[in-house]
Design a protein around this ligand. Structure first.
Ligand code: SAM
Ligand code: SF4
Length: 315
């Protein structure tokens, strides 16, 4: 699919739930979400139909996200159905990793090709403080379980939080010395609970290059710039939505767990897809893509125009 600016759109981020077992301080409020009636959330059949229609329109990669996708009942069945779609090249999933110890092998069998695991700190106390209820050891076990299940090219997503984890940048980069993983540093985006945090909390991903000067640029990969310490096994990605607008390279659309298509993460524009199927659904997706906004305004406004928290959209 092409949008009005000529960008090819072939990547769908499909949110399967807005619920989560963590309450990361920048993503969700302490009390979690006001639990929606489960009838407001797409069923597994509806989610599978969204995926099918998107692939029929030209999507080649689907990432399952949330909330926490692994708390969603029926997630394995959804993976199996999506993996069977002709034309889908990659099925990936973003998770906080805590439930991987019991699920990594089943996800592999269900056809998930690759995992992104979120991990903001390697310090147990900080981990509890950031997630409000998580235990670091569960995520580290989850990483091991993913490796044991045969997942390769796993990526670790770290949101840069000044004064909280910026002193850990060299340690996190150090994970790529022996392991062929990608550690990706993501600039904190002002939305949801962190929208009114002091500006000093938001730091540019250039900080990573300042703290680890040995990093050398090797390529770009979608919205990430990929660096490596020469001779090390893994890579380090920088994702800089705030300091370096990469909208001209954006190839993605999002569908929320309640069935609304977001052509841009930082726009309030949403197209309701619920109730549509078959050719009608495909037409609605194509029309929404054609009107994808050209860019966001995070840098000028220091505020996302999205009206939703990240756990409702999926990152
Ligand atoms: N629960 C899963 C997880 O944490 O990986 C998937 C959903 S979570 C919303 C997806 C990603 O968005 C996570 O890596 C999370 O750290 C990131 N995220 C959430 N709020 C963010 C924000 N305001 N700015 C940048 N990244 C954010
Ligand atoms: Fe949950 Fe992921 Fe949001 Fe953390 S970032 S609260 S794990 S949805």
């Amino acid at each position: 699919m092409r949008d009005k600016t000529g960008r090819t759109i072939d990547y769908l981020r499909l949110s399967v739930t807005d619920l989560c077992n963590y309450r990361c301080i920048y993503c969700m409020g302490e009390d979690g979400v006001c639990k929606k009636d489960h009838r407001e959330i797409l069923s597994i059949e509806e989610l599978a139909e969204m995926g099918r229609a998107a692939v029929a329109c030209g999507v080649r990669k689907i990432r399952l996200t949330g909330g926490e996708p692994l708390v969603r009942r029926g997630i394995l069945e959804l993976c199996r159905q999506l993996r069977g779609l002709e034309g889908l090249e990659e099925l990936t999933l973003t998770t906080n990793g805590s439930l991987l110890p019991g699920m990594a092998a089943d996800l592999k069998t269900a056809g998930v090709d690759r995992l992104n695991i979120s991990l903001d700190t390697l310090d147990e106390e900080r981990f509890r403080a950031v997630t409000r209820r998580g235990e670091l050891k569960d995520v580290l076990e989850g990483l091991r379980a993913a490796e044991d299940a045969g997942f390769v090219r796993t990526k670790i997503n770290t949101v840069l939080l000044s004064g909280i984890n910026d002193d850990e940048i060299p340690t996190l980069v150090g994970l790529t010395r022996e392991k062929a993983i990608g550690v990706r540093f993501i600039e904190l985006m002002p939305m949801g609970p962190c929208a009114d945090w002091p500006k000093e909390r938001f730091i540019g991903a250039d900080t990573v290059l300042e703290k680890v000067p040995a990093l050398q640029l090797v390529r770009t990969d979608g919205v990430a710039e990929v660096y490596q310490v020469p001779g090390w096994a893994g890579t380090v990605g920088l994702i800089r939505p705030v300091s370096h607008c990469f909208c001209d390279r954006c190839n993605r659309i999002r569908i929320t767990a309640d069935g609304r298509l977001k052509p841009c993460l930082h726009s309030a524009r949403e197209i309701p897809l619920r109730g549509l199927s078959g050719a009608d659904l495909e037409r609605a997706i194509r029309e929404a893509v054609a009107e994808k906004p050209e860019r966001h305004h995070l840098a000028e406004e220091h505020l996302s125009r999205s009206t939703r928290n990240m756990n409702e959209i999926g990152g």
